[in-house]
Design a protein around this ligand. Structure first.
Ligand code: 76R
Length: 282
C-alpha cells in the first residue's frame, strides 16, 4: 500500500531499495590475519578455499550482476572485491557470506567504499555536443558536421549503458581504486562555479582522458550521501605504467589541479577467485 495515496496525492512510485536506473556498487578490501588463519583446522582449509571461491564466483547461481576479485599490492589490504547489482542487499549478502564462512574471522575488513553508478551531469547531450562543435569552429555547413553529430548520437546510448550497467573490461589486469572530492575552499569552491564553467572544465578533463583510450578504462561512481567522499574512481589498465601516467597527467587538468582532493589509493591485479585465494595463501 502506498501511504501517500490516501491523502489524495498523486500516486508515488512504490518504495524501493533499487534505483530507477543504474546499479549499487561496493568496493571491499580485506586483510588476511595470519594468527586467525592458523586457527582454521588443517582439515577445514580446503573446504574454506572452496567455499570462498564459490562465494566469489561471478557465474554462480544468485551472484550479483558484477563481482570482480583482485589481489592488492602494499600493506593496506590483501584482497579486493568490486561488486555491482541493482539490489544493494544482494551486494551486502556477499559481505555476510564471507564473514560467516570458514575464513570469516581470518579475513579482516580493511576498508570499503559504497557508491552508485550514474550518468554524470557533464556528459553532453546530442544538442550540447553539436553546440560544442560549433564553438570549436565546425560550422553546420561543414561536410563533417552532420556525420560527427550523427556518430555521437549513435554512440551515446551505448556509452550511457556502460556508465549505468558497466561491463568489466576482461583483458585489463591492473586495477586502481581511489575516492575523490571536489573541494569547497573559499578560494576554490567547485560548488559555487556556474554550471557552464564546471562543464567547460569537465570537457577539458574528458579531452585529457580520451588520450588514454585503449590503455585505461575508467568508471566513475557517485558516492555523495553514500560514503565519505563524493566519487569513487575505478581504473582498469592494460599495463601498470598507464595508471601512473593517467593519474599524473590529470593532476594538471584544471578540474583536478585546482579543485580535486583524493583519498587512499588501492592498486592491485585482477584474478579469478581461485587464483587470488591461492595467491594470498589462504
Ligand atoms: O563519461 C565520459 O567519458 C564523458 C566525459 C567524462 C565525464 C563526465 C569523463 C571522461 N570523466 C567525467 C566525469 Mn573522468 N576521471 C576522473 C579521474 O585523478 C584525477 O585527477 C581524476 C580521477 C580519472 C582518472 C578520470 C578518467 N571524471 C568525472 C567525474 C565526475 C564529475 C561530476 O559528475 O561532477 C570525476 C570525479 C572524474 C574523475 N574521465 C574521462 C577519465 C577518462 C579516462 C575519461 C575519458 C573517457 C573516454 O571517453 O574514453
Amino acid at each position: 500500500m502506498n501511504p501517500y495515496a490516501q491523502h489524495g496525492a498523486q500516486a508515488l512510485p512504490d518504495p524501493t531499495v533499487k534505483m530507477s536506473e543504474g546499479w549499487h556498487c561496493l568496493h571491499l578490501y580485506y586483510r588476511v590475519d595470519q594468527s586467525r588463519l592458523s586457527q582454521v583446522h588443517d582439515h577445514h582449509r580446503a573446504e574454506g578455499r572452496e567455499q570462498l571461491a564459490q562465494i566469489l564466483d561471478p557465474n554462480r547461481e544468485g551472484a550479483p550482476a558484477r563481482l570482480l576479485t583482485s589481489v592488492i599490492s602494499g600493506g593496506k589490504a590483501d584482497l579486493g572485491l568490486m561488486i555491482m547489482d541493482p539490489d544493494p542487499l544482494k551486494i551486502d549478502s556477499v559481505k555476510h557470506a564471507i564473514r560467516s564462512s570458514r575464513f570469516g574471522a581470518a579475513l579482516v575488513p580493511a576498508w570499503s567504499f559504497v557508491s552508485i553508478t550514474e550518468v554524470s551531469e557533464y556528459v553532453p547531450t546530442v544538442e550540447q555536443f553539436a553546440e560544442r562543435l560549433k564553438r570549436e569552429g565546425v560550422d553546420p555547413s561543414d561536410p563533417t558536421y552532420g556525420p560527427k553529430v550523427k556518430a555521437y548520437e549513435g554512440r551515446l546510448p551505448a556509452m550511457n549503458k556502460q556508465r549505468l550497467y558497466p561491463d568489466i573490461p576482461p583483458t585489463y589486469p591492473v586495477m586502481c581504486f581511489y575516492p575523490m572530492n571536489k573541494i569547497r575552499d573559499p578560494h576554490a569552491n567547485w560548488f559555487r562555479l556556474p554550471f557552464s564553467e564546471r562543464s567547460r572544465l569537465m570537457a577539458e578533463h574528458a579531452t585529457s582522458g580520451i588520450k588514454f583510450a585503449g590503455k585505461v578504462s575508467q568508471l566513475i561512481t557517485a558516492s555523495t550521501g553514500f560514503d565519505d567522499w563524493e566519487w569513487g574512481v575505478t581504473l582498469w589498465s592494460r599495463a601498470p605504467e598507464h595508471i601512473k601516467d593517467i593519474v599524473y597527467s590529470m593532476r594538471f587538468d584544471e578540474a583536478s589541479a585546482r579543485y580535486a582532493e583524493f583519498g587512499p589509493f588501492y592498486i592491485g591485479y585482477t584474478m579469478s577467485p581461485a587464483d587470488a585465494i591461492s595467491h594470498v595463501k589462504l
